[in-house]
Design a protein around this ligand. Structure first.
Ligand code: ZN
Ligand code: ZN
Length: 284
């Protein structure tokens, strides 16, 4: 893509009329960690208002750019902008507003090397699986966009050494399974974790749980997860870090004992709790 070529979303992208009771709600998890819900998905701001700067993690649902810019300006001040946008992965509900955000803020985007084909128009995600074990959202998931977006030169790989641009205290952790290049972000000093969809805090397959945001530390969204062996190893990797705070892709932030116990249970009992009994990404 040359300098003046336009960035594009997948052709199957459009407004998704799915929302929840937490849409528009922001939660300050700690002085420099803020979780904001966009319809059914979370974005995170890392950085303390009035200090050096901030970074946005993930980019919400399609057509949510105005809401994200408003949330950023409300927390950090009018006309402020993040230093960068970091992506846990490139599913539509995590990159839905990214082109408008790049155009508005003129900031670089970072994602794992293995996620770049899906962000530069080269590769579609596997089709969501409406036949997977689960409720109404799983059955409707066939309508979810899976085509690649093309950010061209605006997206760059995360540094190979595990460091995170603009966030010197954080490391990125490879957590594949849900997608090939899925990453989580971890900070040792307060054991804060931004987990994307490696695990989530509301089961994503059931419509009433999504709408009411019923809290439950759960495996990655089933209809969109093609590699359950890797997904399990990723949950074990994150559980071993013993996070004290977690912002996941879906559901309210979690912390302390509910997080420790929930994550341990999920890691110990992954095959029963997370992995579907049947579905096209399950080998029998
Ligand atoms: Zn996802
Ligand atoms: Zn998601």
């Amino acid at each position: 893509m040359s300098e003046d070529q336009e960035m594009t979303y997948g052709e199957d992208y459009g407004y998704i009329p799915a929302t929840s009771v937490r849409s528009g709600v922001g939660v300050e998890v700690s002085a420099d960690l803020y979780c904001h819900a966009v319809q059914i998905v979370n974005i995170a701001f890392v950085g303390q208002p009035g200090r050096d700067g901030y970074v946005l993690v993930d980019a919400g649902m399609p057509r949510s750019a105005d809401a994200i810019i408003e949330a950023a300006e409300e927390r950090f001040g009018a006309n402020t902008r993040p230093s960068a946008i970091l992506l846990t992965h490139g599913h539509f509900d995590h990159v839905g507003a990214i082109i408008e955000l790049i155009e508005h803020w003129r900031v670089p985007v970072y994602a794992h090397e293995l996620e770049l084909p899906y962000l530069t128009g080269r590769k579609s995600y596997p089709e969501p699986d409406p036949s997977v074990e689960g409720g109404m959202v799983a059955k409707l998931s066939g309508f979810f966009p899976n085509e690649p977006i093309d950010l061209g030169h605006h997206v760059q790989p995360l540094p190979e050494d595990g460091t995170v641009p603009f966030l010197p205290d954080f490391r990125w952790i490879a957590t594949p399974g849900h997608t090939e290049g899925h990453v989580s972000f971890f900070r040792e000093k307060d054991r804060a974790l931004i987990a994307g969809d490696a695990f989530v805090a509301v089961r994503q397959e059931y419509l009433y749980k999504v709408v009411t945001q019923q809290f439950e530390i759960s495996g990655p969204p089933r209809y969109f997860t093609p590699d359950w062996t890797q997904a399990k190893a990723s949950v074990e990797r994150l559980a071993a870090l013993r996070p004290q705070l977690a912002i996941t892709g879906h559901g309210r932030p979690a912390g302390g004992e509910e997080l420790a116990a929930g994550l341990k249970r999920l890691a110990d009992d992954f095959d029963k709790m997370a992995k579907p009994e049947y579905g096209k990404y399950i080998e029998v």
